[in-house]
Design a protein around this ligand. Sequence first.
Ligand code: PHB
Length: 402
Amino acid sequence: MGLRRGETRRALLKGLAGATGISAAGLVVPRWALAQSGKLKIGLMLPYTGTFAQLGVAITNGFKLAVQEEGGKLSGRELEYVTLDDESDPAKAADRANQLVTRDKVDVLLGTVHSGVQMGMVKIARESGVLHIIPNAGVAAATGELCAPNIFRTSFANAQTTYPMGKVLVDRKVRNVVTLTWKYAAGEEAVQGFRDSFTKGGGKIVKELWLPFPNVEFQSLLTEIASLKPDAVFVFFAGGGAAKFLRDYQAAGLKGRIPLYGSGFLTDGILEAAGDAGEGVETTLHYGDGIETARNNAFRVAYVRNFKIAPDVYAVQGYDAGLLLAAGLKAVKGDISKKKEIIAAMEKAEIDSPRGKWKMSRAHNPVQDMYLRKVVGKENKVESVAIKGLDYPPASVCKMAG
Ligand code: PHB
């Protein structure tokens, strides 16, 4: 082939783009060569079917947009995606995550949306040490008792999104509230965050109502709410279930009679599906469509141009996962084997997010501003910052060294 010295190595490395570890001549390629030059394997374990399907798609889109804006590569490394539908099914979660790590040998495990599924992924991440980025699921343990150096979250902790709403309702002198949500970790922690600040300020939760995930048969619960006549209702729902809940709340005649509040997942990404049933609903969240910054506007324009759909909080979280990984890889010039240095860079990174700039807590969860938003037309308009720079539950729960 007539290669000069130096070119030989470059040509060999180029031939490795398939990341098989075996060169054309049948040579086994040293690990360092693959770590620096083969394709980076990203395991996307997300819901692509069921009530959270559109959330998984938005996260995937957001991540890919961030990579595209880096020139389609991260620190010179092309990416290869291995995509797996987790179906929001906790029972299969650990096996599926293990398959990505052990069989597919992904360099980065990215996912997921559902807190129960997340617990299975965290288990595998802790056992294997694989770099793990959580782009949604808010389960407290992931950046609490089970925190680990290789586990990062670019989204929120469940209670972080609802703690501000308790404060908002206390300030408005709302007294008696009924809560309603799915009975699983995300719902339980969402209610806990709300309860913490609401009852501390003198509010009373007159009844906690639950239904199993992903059940959307709300009728009997809405009848019960009508007879309890609270001052307000607080809920956690998301995705398809949230759109259905808003429509049912309106159809039951409760809209306009009993004010409805929640974490922003209630109204994010689903306003088309909800018709006018979301109009006027106020929520708290770390993002809002109407954040008027050049950064957010540029992100929204680029997202719509690429995917022909408006972005939402899930798209932002996926995008920020891409920014975070890019920051980690830059510090090591794309050498994924230098995990300690990557982790150190990710811990220090200031993420210039469409939501506003944020950094990791020492538990690897975003410390971020929480907005009070209101649905106006098909947008979640930002009314105010409900709490600035919120770290909740406090990072001190995490016993990780450092
Ligand atoms: C969760 O299960 O942690 C979860 C799911 C959907 C959301 C927010 C949290 O929108």
